[in-house]
Ligand binder design. Structure first.
Ligand code: SAH
Length: 209
């Protein structure tokens, strides 16, 4: 698909290939430029306050409607794919690029017995650990945040067969196209039989700003 676009400095690219060539380079220089691409991604978030408004880029007011929409979608999937969940089935989710744990706290921990969080920015993960400590959340008994992995998605391989749901929201755009594909290939082994990925992103049809 040939679609032109602008970067955040207003520079125009004819298509995605041209953008990637400039960002991560041709094969030879790829590793160094790619490292730089990831470094810039992380350093942006290292300068952001560990709050709902921070992880939502100043759109904290979107939190409620986002969680409501996700909850309706998740309920549909759960009743369709895990009709026996209420009968003591032990459900486990992974929250990828979890930030401060907004999605886990407001949604996942209510439906899953265990949630693991993966987040490369340590001050976000520290905030998540604190707000998901058992005394600070209202989830049902025995529901808990178990593991807090401080790694980026492109370096992560999950434990085999641990997850019913791998939730990836508002962070996949940080990965290069090849890392995007290889993440899903690797992460597939982390799913239980019948488990699934949820990928939630926003796509603007036109320039909304
Ligand atoms: N999913 C969370 C946070 C969204 S903000 C929510 O909806 O509330 C985007 C998050 O992606 C930030 O926490 C940022 O640190 C994380 N991120 C940045 N680069 C990443 C990478 N390479 N792998 C995984 N997460 C990354």
């Amino acid at each position: 698909m040939e679609v032109s676009g602008l970067d955040s400095d207003g520079k125009e690219f004819k298509n995605a290939e041209e953008m990637w060539r400039e960002q991560i380079g041709e094969d030879g220089e790829q590793q160094e430029k790619k490292t730089q691409w990831y470094r810039e991604g992380i350093s942006y978030w290292e300068g952001v306050e560990a709050s709902v408004d921070g992880v939502l880029g100043g759109f904290g007011n979107v939190n409620e409607v986002d969680i409501k929409g996700s909850e309706a979608f998740l309920q549909m999937l759960l009743s369709d794919r895990f009709p026996n969940a209420r009968n003591n089935q032990h459900l486990v989710a992974l929250d990828c690029g979890s930030g401060i744990g907004r999605i886990t706290k407001n949604l996942l921990i209510r439906y899953f017995n265990e949630v693991d969080l993966l987040e490369p920015v340590s001050h976000f993960l520290d905030a998540a650990r604190e707000s998901l400590a058992p005394e600070n959340h209202m989830a049902p008994d025995m529901h808990k945040a178990t593991n807090f992995f401080c790694v980026p998605l492109q370096d992560f391989t999950p434990e085999t067969g641990r997850y019913d749901v791998v939730w990836v929201q508002w962070c996949i755009g940080h990965l290069t196209d090849d890392d995007f594909v290889s993440f899903f290939k690797r992460a597939k082994v982390g799913l239980k039989p019948g488990g699934f990925f949820v990928l939630k992103e926003n796509i603007a049809r036109s320039d909304i700003f």
